[in-house]
Structures are given as C-alpha cells and as structure tokens.
Design a binder for this molecule. Sequence first.
Ligand SMILES: CC(C)(COP(=O)(O)OP(=O)(O)OC[C@H]1O[C@@H](n2cnc3c(N)ncnc32)[C@H](O)[C@@H]1OP(=O)(O)O)[C@@H](O)C(=O)NCCC(=O)NCCS
Length: 328
Amino acid sequence: MRASAKGSSVSQPVKLESSTSLSQADLHAIALLTERVTELDGVRPLSEQVMLSLLSNTGTPTEHICAWQGARLVGYANLLRVNGADAASVEIAVDDQGRRLGAAGELLDQALRETSGYLQLWAHGYAATTAQLAESRGFIRVRELYRMRRPLTGDLNSGGLPKSIAIRPFDATRDTDDWLELNARAFVDLPDQGNWTRADLEARLNEDWFDPAGFLLAHEVQQDGSQGALVGFHWTKIHHHEHTSDAGNDNLGEVYVLGIDPQRQAQGLGRALTMAGLRYLQHQGLSEVMLHVESDNSAALATYERLGFTRFDKDTLYRSPVPARPSA
Ligand SMILES: CC(C)(COP(=O)(O)OP(=O)(O)OC[C@H]1O[C@@H](n2cnc3c(N)ncnc32)[C@H](O)[C@@H]1OP(=O)(O)O)[C@@H](O)C(=O)NCCC(=O)NCCS
C-alpha cells in the first residue's frame, strides 16, 4: 500500500505505472491529487465523465497511468477508449511537485506510446498548464467548450411554456427509455452527450447531488389532457460545497443538460425550459448558475446569451499531430 506521501524527496525519480484497474488506495491517492491540483490551478483537472468512470463502472474501457515519486502520487493520466471514437482521449492531473519533475510530459508521452499517437487531450481552464504541454508536443486545437454563468437574482418569470406543454420531474421507473431516446436525437451532433447509455444515465442518478425535482421533463398535453410525447428536458444540478473555480462560491446551480426534440426546436421551447430550470434553482436559494456549451453550438449560444449568460472560462480539446488513421 502506498497511501502515505511521507518520505518522498524532490531528487527521487518519477516512476510510471500503467494499469486497467485501480485499488482503493490508488483511488484515494487520485482523489487527493485532484484536490491538490484544483487548489493549485483553481480549476478541476479531470472532467465529470472521468471522475464518474473512476467511481462507478460506466463500461468505458479505461487505462490509468500513475506517476509515483516514491509513495507520493505526483501525476495521473486517465486514458478513455470510447467505442467508435477515432482516437483515445486523455486527461492529466499533475501536482506542483510532479510539475517540477516533468511528470506531465512523461505521462503524455506514455499515453502517446500506448495509443500509437492517436490521442486527444482535454485542457481545462483558460490558463491550463495542460494547454502549454499540448502545444509543446505539436497538438492541434480541435474543440472548445465555453463555461458561462449568470446571476439568479431578479424576476425570472418571463418566457412561459405554451399551454400544450406540461413540465414534471423525471421518474426513473417510467422515463428512462424515453429520455435516452430523446437525448440521442437531440444530441446527434454531440456524441459525448448523445451516446449516453443506460449505465451513463444511472451513474448520474446514483450521485449524491442527484435530485429528480431538478430534472425537468416537458411533455405534450393531448386534447383529453393526458400526457403526450416527451419534447424536451432541462436537467439542473446543484453544486454543494465543492471546491472548484466553476463555483467561486458554494451556492452554484448548473444547467446540466438541456435538449429539445429536433422537430420542436426554434419554437421557443429551449428558452422557456431554460427559464423553468433557472426558476427552480432560484427557489432552492441559489445565487448563481453556470453551464458548459460548445463554442460552435450557435443555437445553444444564442439561447444562453439572450438569457444573460456570459463566458468566464473554457476547456479545450487538442488532437495529436498524426495523420488520420488508415481505413480498414
Ligand atoms: C439549444 C436548444 C436547447 C435551443 O432550444 P430551441 O427550442 O431550439 O431554442 P428557442 O426556440 O427557445 O430559441 C432560443 C433563442 O435562440 C435562437 N436560436 C434558436 N435556434 C437557433 C439557431 N439554430 N441559430 C441561431 N439562433 C438560434 C432563437 O432565435 C432564440 O433567440 P430569441 O429569443 O432572441 O428569438 C436546442 O436547439 C437543442 O436542443 N439543441 C440540441 C441540444 C443542445 O445543443 N443543447 C444545449 C447543450 S449546451
């Protein structure tokens, strides 16, 4: 067991260990490392998807590369091999000691070796040290994800839903299939979200923060008043006492996932459902709300900017400079 950080010195070399599973002690060391890096940079080094894959089995083949200096974990790389994706995706966390020792570069080079160079790398935050690392290896920027926020103060009652649409909370016993189907159709251009499986959904439903009351479903109301098709959803999240620059405070809501049936888009539903979720978060006593949005998602950007959201940070996806994988 190597839970202790005692006894490590700057002169000891970094040793890399690759594996497809982790012990409880390793998981604990990664959690502590993640906290140290978040403290150092003011932004989480590992995405929610990676944190969830560490805590529960979402079925995505994962490789772990740990950088040890003696008994101290000074760096960690999480290598996800998403089915059907052209390249594996890596996220790297390295603490201050690991940075002095060049652990980030070693982890990235190891990930490149293990994927024959077909690798994507996420860098979180405007001032991401990972971004410098990516650029030092000639990686190319391929995608940006903005983080936006707005206060939850004032009157949020504008933008009501039409009478033909009713909102109610998600119910896992009857809504799971309909939601997965609509999520796949609404996010057909965003596979990270649109490819969610039942296991991906259930991992989130089992999280401590999950509250069905904040997962709003919008259904059509039929002539006889009964429930019709699911046409949209706004899943909100509340960050409780998390240390993250996403928050900047402990009182933060999130537009976690928002989707409208493609047949019903551009009819005002996205705006109305966003407002319904913001009202819910305001009623929970929250003072601010944030969200993530792709920099090229013009419909979502228009929706959020018109509702007063402004950009405050971004995540960047880089791709290694290898030619496209030859087709089989
Ligand atoms: C983004 C999304 C939720 C917006 O919902 P919507 O019902 O289509 O949008 P609305 O009709 O309510 O329009 C909201 C605003 O965006 C604008 N807008 C809508 N579609 C647009 C488009 N394709 N391009 C530019 N602006 C657009 C509207 O003009 C409106 O602005 P206005 O209030 O000034 O008139 C919806 O398009 C969607 O589900 N997209 C796929 C999933 C997704 O990307 N979700 C967001 C992830 S962050």
